[in-house]
Design a protein around this ligand. Structure first.
Ligand SMILES: N[C@@H](CCC(=O)N[C@@H](CS)C(=O)NCC(=O)O)C(=O)O
Length: 257
């Protein structure tokens, strides 16, 4: 019997789940049909929560403004099905752990592993910062009360500007969305190499973690900025490829809110 707790970031959205990084892991749990329970942890409580569960030394990176300070992040899972509880932090490590423990319905298939691993880097490089400037102000708005000031202060510090300056309405914002669409078109151009009618990155009938990465970011955009989502016609981008991906992964977009 699986006894897994999934740590996710709360929001005022319905359902609450909004973070692209945590969605990457939630998708894996849902796809593999592993029972779990969500515990919602606001940004300022992440470090304390994970340290209490034995997360010491498991920070995924360091703080942008203080490279000597470890940065504790979500997603994380706590597996209490064995004799000792196991805490896993980081969406990729979670996918690897769950594939090992629950080999059915793998999300990192045995064949083509190298490309599966390379995809996340390619995605990150191609989308680069195009996603952040237009989306972060919206992500700030949907934080819970506790997370709001933390999100605003940290992001303003990282970028050295006020949230209001990230994506001012008008020509600046319009250009950012055009740039974002163009960056996504570059990803689509690579996926088009799979041939017509193929929706998933690895080219097979089942999704892999790469598809969940893509879908997670679209869920992020759609949940934090629903008006922009409509206004910018994201569902029409890349000949509807992204809308199709969301449809085909809908089954695994459930949240135990
Ligand atoms: N590589 C990590 C990245 C996780 C990450 O950056 N998570 C963000 C939430 S989207 C976080 O927890 N940030 C903590 C903070 O900003 O203090 C993963 O894939 O799990």
């Amino acid at each position: 019997m699986s006894k897994i707790t999934f740590f996710d970031l709360p929001s005022v959205c319905k359902p609450q789940a909004w973070s692209p990084n945590t969605w990457k892991a939630r998708f894996v749990l849902n796809y593999k049909r592993i029972p779990y329970k969500t515990v919602w942890v606001s940004y300022p409580d992440i470090e304390e929560t994970l340290l209490k569960l034995g997360g010491e030394g498991k920070a995924t990176s360091t703080s942008r403004d203080n490279p000597s300070k470890p940065l504790y992040t979500l997603p994380a899972i706590l597996d209490e099905s064995g004799p000792e509880p196991v805490l896993i932090i980081d969406s990729l490590k979670i996918a690897e752990y769950l594939d090992e423990k629950f080999p059915e319905r793998p999300v990192i298939p045995k064949k083509g592993k190298a490309l599966e691993y390379a995809f996340e880097g390619f995605f990150g490089k191609t989308l680069g910062s195009s996603l952040l400037r237009p989306l972060l102000p919206f992500a700030a708005d949907i934080q819970d009360e506790k997370g709001k000031p933390y999100f605003k202060n940290t992001r303003e510090k990282w970028f050295g500007m006020k949230l209001e300056e990230f994506s001012p309405e008008g020509s600046v914002r319009d250009a950012q969305w055009k740039e974002l669409e163009k960056a996504y078109d570059k990803v689509a151009a690579v996926l088009d190499k799979n041939g017509p009618g193929v929706d998933f990155v690895a080219g097979g009938p089942e999704p892999t973690r790469a598809d969940f990465i893509l879908a997670s970011f679209f869920i992020w955009i759609k949940s934090v900025a629903p008006e922009e989502w409509k206004k910018r016609g994201v569902e029409q981008w890349a000949n509807g490829r992204w809308a199709r991906l969301l449809k085909r992964t809908e089954e695994w977009q459930t949240v135990d809110d």
